[in-house]
Ligand binder design. Structure first.
Ligand SMILES: O=P(O)(O)OC[C@H]1O[C@](O)(CO)[C@@H](O)[C@@H]1O
Length: 350
């Protein structure tokens, strides 16, 4: 049984508090970014590239998926040192980094200048802040936070504002405010330490390799959020993949993994916007995979619109990965291997 005392003893630095106040953070972010002025010549823009890494760019992934439903501009998410060759003076490149010092993001953003792209910075400080100050680049400031992945409400809202400025999303705060209110209600359920869906799912995932499937639309970046939060919070390997593509290759791979039976758990994230054939494919995939997996669960997104469903399902992954960490008695906050990796990387100057 999970109690608040148990959570406090395993998570002394309070990742729990960040999860439980996501709605408040979103509300703050709405207010903080309401009057942001972006001096961009939007008549010139023909494509948008959002560049960043890890927890900083997940908001970009979610927003890109939403923009595919209704937006008029192609949006590309870039997670690399360099930019795709199509980026030019008709592009808008948005760099997102909590620290403002992530080397891949700095490198790609520098390249954007050489291509003549218009640029926007979303950060708390660091070198990106300096670049904004010295080069007069429009900036949306994020509040200080040590944990990029737990600052999603702020980075998400900042990117949302850029998309409003580009007329990809409707102006105004109403959708965001309603989402914050909806999430407040959902957090009460997810954070209640009575049996709830996140605790139930975490229990299913214990001692297994979680495999997260979704359709190729709104839930695809949500599945990625689940995977990365399982890595960073619960310290387990996990992976995600999408239907229909997995039906054309990966489904075959289940054949000889049967020796791992009881070690693989499957979660299928479903959304009302999934194409009817995708839903049918999910049914057939589930039938074929079921005998090989320890558990197979299907979760339907809830919410009154795409924004609410995307944020709710992401938060459900955050809570599930957190509870899995608590079951495993591992502090979810430190990311020692990532930090070790960075130190090792910096030993050699290439
Ligand atoms: O927001 P930042 O500071 O660019 O960090 C991006 C990612 O890089 C990390 O700092 C790890 O390298 C993560 O914690 C984070 O998700």
């Amino acid at each position: 049984m999970i109690t608040l005392d148990l959570i406090r003893s395993i998570d002394p630095q309070g990742l729990w508090d960040k999860l439980c106040t996501f709605d408040e953070q979103l509300h703050d972010a709405i207010i903080e970014t309401r009057d942001v002025k972006l001096t961009i010549d939007k008549s010139r823009i023909q494509d948008v590239v959002i560049t960043g890494m890890g927890g900083a760019i997940i908001g970009g992934e979610l927003i890109r998926a939403m923009s595919l439903e209704t937006g008029h501009l192609p949006v590309h998410v870039n997670k690399s040192y360099s930019l795709p060759s199509f980026v030019n003076e008709k592009s808008l490149v948005v760099a997102v980094s909590q620290s403002g010092n992530t080397e891949e993001t700095l490198s790609a953003f520098e390249e954007a200048a050489t291509r003549g792209a218009q640029r926007v910075i979303i950060t708390t400080g660091g070198q990106l802040q300096e670049t904004a100050d010295t080069q007069g680049i429009p900036i949306i400031r994020l509040p200080q936070s040590r944990i990029t992945r737990a600052a999603l409400a702020y980075s998400f809202c900042a990117i949302w504002r850029v998309f409003q400025h580009l007329d990809i999303f409707q102006p105004g705060d109403e959708d965001l405010e309603e989402a914050a209110h909806f999430l407040q209600e959902q957090i009460e359920i997810l954070a209640s330490l009575e049996e709830n869906i996140a605790i139930e799912l975490a229990r299913d995932l214990q001692n297994t390799l979680p495999i997260i499937y979704s359709g190729d639309g709104l839930m695809a970046p949500v599945a990625l959020r689940w995977k990365t939060q399982l890595h960073e919070n619960a310290k387990v390997l996990a992976y995600c993949s999408h239907i229909p593509e997995m039906n054309h290759n990966e489904v075959e791979g289940w054949e000889l993994t049967s020796h791992l039976m009881g070690r693989l758990s499957v979660l299928i994230l479903q959304d009302d916007s999934d194409h009817p054939r995708i839903r049918h494919r999910m049914n057939v995939s589930a039938e074929i995979i079921y005998p090989h997996a320890q558990t197979l669960k299907r979760v339907n997104a809830v919410g009154n619109n795409a924004l609410q469903r995307v944020l709710y399902m992401s938060l459900l992954g955050d809570f599930t990965s957190f509870y899995l960490a608590i079951f495993s008695k591992v502090d979810p906050l430190p990311i020692e291997k990532i930090e070790l990796f960075k130190r090792r990387l910096n030993e050699v100057d290439i």
